[in-house]
Design a protein around this ligand. Structure first.
Ligand code: GRG
Length: 291
């Protein structure tokens, strides 16, 4: 993965340590291809393993470390959010949704395994994610914190979060939408899971004082991340009726907005001082790739 200028060496070290740990853990905890039904497990492993930036799991680990936890203890939570993210990508690529044939540089799940298997692979990842979250109790986290983590992720991806945002997005594709609607769509569709990732550190560590700063960080980072993603896709999608920031606000204004949101995310981390160095670098890395 290339690091944009300005990213700190500290982030490179963090990636070098934790990216392989995330891969190993996903490989270990996903059902093996040898297990029946083999085709389901091949579809799952095709979609999850060996590709993707792992931004969300790295965010969970960074948020947890900033709150004094050993990231090793929250690997289950990190893998859970990646499983959920991958389920959302599989379903988003389906012909009835975004109808995309390539994902993460390889054939989309439904192209490789058929539509029914792609729906079921997504469903299975969704369920696996929650079983991994519940297993956090085996890492010695008190039950009330584990319950809160489960609730946090469930709310983030449900009708008031990711799935609701996806529905608003589908509706927007069918007609005109005001610019304010774009922000609302993406706050839910992309932002709510990113926000939850940022909050899992304070939730699992019990460091209540860090909850507000990390919530604000997650909120602003979610918007900045989505604008960055839209900017990267802007040329390819210029002709499509999509609710994107460049379409709603133009390229220059979108770039300005992503900078403003990134600055607000960094500002929110002030109370954490030096503890937030990796979170700062991660935010810059995620957003500046589009500039
Ligand atoms: C279908 C239930 C359901 C939800 C779909 C999040 C979402 C909602 C769909 C994903 C489609 C999409 C392109 C959303 C924008 C969010 C986004 C930037 C996704 C890509 O995330 P990255 O860049 O991807 O982190 P990798 O592959 O690196 O993990």
């Amino acid at each position: 993965m290339g690091f944009p200028s300005g990213s700190e060496a500290i982030l490179e070290g963090f990636f070098r340590t934790w990216s392989p740990r995330i891969e190993e853990a996903l490989d270990r905890w996903l059902p093996s291809e040898a297990e029946e039904p083999n085709v389901l497990h091949r579809a799952i492993r095709h979609s999850v393993l060996g590709a993707g930036k792992r931004f969300r799991p790295l965010l969970v680990l960074a948020s947890s470390e900033a709150c004094g936890l050993n990231p090793e203890r929250v690997l289950r939570a990190a893998c859970a959010v990646e499983a959920i993210h991958t389920y959302s990508l599989i379903h988003d690529d389906l012909p009835s949704m975004d109808d995309a044939s390539v994902r993460r540089g390889r054939p989309a799940c439904h192209v490789a395994f058929g539509e029914a298997m792609a729906v079921l692979a997504g469903d299975a990842l969704h369920a696996l994610a929650f079983s991994w979250l519940v297993k956090l109790s085996e890492e010695g986290f008190p039950p009330d914190r584990v319950t809160w983590a489960v609730q946090e992720v469930a709310e983030a991806i449900g009708p008031r979060g990711m799935v609701g945002g996806q529905v608003l997005d589908l509706l927007a594709e069918r007609g005109e939408f005001p610019p304010s609607r774009v922000t609302e769509i993406h706050r839910r569709k992309t932002g709510s899971l990113i926000r939850a990732c940022a909050r899992l550190g304070p939730i699992l560590s019990g460091s209540v004082a860090d909850l507000e700063p990390l919530t604000a960080y997650g909120d602003h980072l979610g918007v900045a991340f989505q604008i960055a993603d839209d900017l990267l896709d802007a040329e390819a999608e210029a002709h499509l009726p999509k609710a994107t920031y460049p379409k709603a606000f133009g390229l220059d204004e979108s770039r300005r907005m992503s900078r403003v949101e990134l600055e607000a995310a960094l500002q929110a981390l002030e109370p954490l001082g030096d503890r937030a160095e990796i979170l700062r670098a991660l935010a810059r890395f995620a957003v500046e790739r589009a500039w």
